[in-house]
Design a protein. Structure first.
Length: 221
């Protein structure tokens, strides 16, 4: 579904660009003696749904996914500018119970200044005022934040500071900036941990897909 939704755009199997793709050597190293068993299981699951398409109004839907949401999935236009009706966010409360839901990474004042300069900003002499109050969107992600007198998007700050998600807070003290994130990934579409929780609760793949992609249907040609 995702591949067909791209139209004429080229597909990639470069794992540096498409983290969901992994070659045989990596899988063998990861699974060791369980490789044959695991590969057979995944092959059987793939065969089971090979002819199924996730569609919106008869056309293949962009079946985007991420690891962990911030408790609600994100609207597509907040990440990729294009507003798709079936990617406007749904509650995903299961994600908040994942062990790595909240993570903190720290940067020194010097590291932070260097990264801000890379964004074209000019940090002043007082690091405690570099970051202003954020504006949050409905899903709990940083929409915009004042930084060194300029307004930046949460997604641009996530990229600049290599954060796990754009749902974050910034605290400064003792020469360190602490970025605390919630969730992991862009937050659009299906949450993998949310889907797992729904499956563990007895939901079918069709029920999971139509929950995370409202208005879509699973079509088997």
């Amino acid at each position: 579904s995702y591949a067909l939704s791209l139209g004429d755009a080229p597909m990639q199997v470069n794992s540096a660009l498409c983290a969901g793709w992994t070659d045989t050597d990596v899988l063998q190293a990861r699974w060791g003696t369980a490789y044959e068993e695991n590969y057979a299981r995944f092959s059987a699951l793939a065969d089971e749904v090979a002819d199924a398409l996730l569609c919106y109004q008869g056309a293949p839907a962009a079946a985007c996914y991420h690891s962990i949401s911030a408790g609600r999935t994100e609207a597509s236009q907040n990440v990729w500018l294009t507003a798709l009706p079936y990617l406007q966010g749904v509650d995903s409360p299961w994600d908040t119970t994942v062990p790595d839901y909240e993570m903190t990474v720290t940067y020194s004042t010097e590291q932070t200044a260097s990264l801000l300069q890379g964004l074209g900003l000019e940090p002043g002499d007082d690091p405690s005022v570099w970051f202003g109050n954020p504006q949050w969107d409905e899903a709990g992600y940083v929409e915009t934040q004042e930084v060194c007198g300029e307004i930046l998007t949460g997604t641009s700050l996530r990229s600049a500071f290599s954060l796990r998600s754009a749902s974050f807070t910034v605290a400064y003290g003792e020469g360190l900036f602490a970025f605390t994130t919630h969730g992991y990934g862009h937050g659009v579409g299906l949450s993998q941990y949310g889907a797992k929780a729904m499956a563990d609760g007895g939901a079918t793949c069709q029920e999971i897909l139509t929950y995370y992609f409202p208005g879509c249907t699973v079509v088997c040609p």
